[in-house]
Design a protein around this ligand. Structure first.
Ligand SMILES: N[C@@H](CCC(=O)N[C@@H](CS)C(=O)NCC(=O)O)C(=O)O
Length: 208
């Protein structure tokens, strides 16, 4: 089994954290989806990372499918609840956190276009998703220690990865002042080795 991923993708980071939490050994093959001649479409017709290649050559995508697969191949540190209601609740957190990342990625890509081709209304639309998404995350977390209330789960991993991604690409967003409960959650998450070990490379070292 190997993980095909970039070190900067928040979706790939979610998978890398799950691998670490579940103590699954899985080599990483670095692949950059945006560079000329990228090999990512050979593994995923959508041309996106992460992709998990199984020993029989089967490829799994996207990150949500991969994390479910990983949680089921090892009983160590289950990150998905077994019962339907808490499971769906966890998936809902993940959908929201991933959706905020989608909006941030869309802004990053738009800003890479020549200045005269960028669409401010498109960027504003994505910013609205991020702002409303953060407000919903904070509201739903309330004063609980973990997103699901009782224990650490995939919901916390997805939210933590999302907040850390915003820190890299939208440092001007004062989300910590607006939502101290999210700030406290991220601080708690960064005491975990899985979050520390999967930090993206500093901007100067970024390939893409
Ligand atoms: N929903 C997908 C999103 C994956 C995704 O958008 N990955 C980005 C990197 S952050 C990518 O590979 N984009 C290349 C493209 O869209 O062509 C997942 O969770 O895996």
């Amino acid at each position: 089994m190997k993980l095909i991923a970039s070190l900067t993708s928040p979706y790939a980071r979610k998978v890398r954290i799950v691998l670490a939490e579940k103590k699954i050994d899985c080599p990483l093959q670095e692949a950059l989806p945006w560079v000329e001649g990228t090999t990512v479409p050979e593994h995923n017709p959508l041309g996106k990372v992460p992709v998990l290649e199984l020993d029989d050559g089967t490829t799994l995508y996207d990150s949500r499918v991969i994390v479910e697969y990983l949680d089921n191949i090892s009983p160590v540190s289950r990150i998905l609840p077994q019962e339907n209601r808490p499971l769906i609740n966890t998936r809902r957190w993940e959908a929201l956190a991933d959706g905020i990342c989608d909006a941030m990625v869309a802004i990053v890509l738009e800003r890479r276009r020549p200045a005269d081709k960028q669409m401010p209304e498109w960027i504003e639309r994505q910013q609205g998703k991020i702002e409303r998404g953060l407000a919903a995350l904070s509201h739903d977390l309330g004063d609980r220690q973990w997103c699901n209330g009782v224990s650490y789960s995939l919901a916390d991993i997805a939210v933590g990865v999302c907040l850390a991604y915003l820190d890299v690409h939208a440092p001007q967003l004062a989300w910590r002042e607006l939502y101290p409960n999210l700030a406290a959650l991220l601080e708690r998450l960064f005491t975990r080795q899985s979050f520390i070990d999967t930090q993206p490379p500093a901007p100067a070292e970024r390939a893409a």
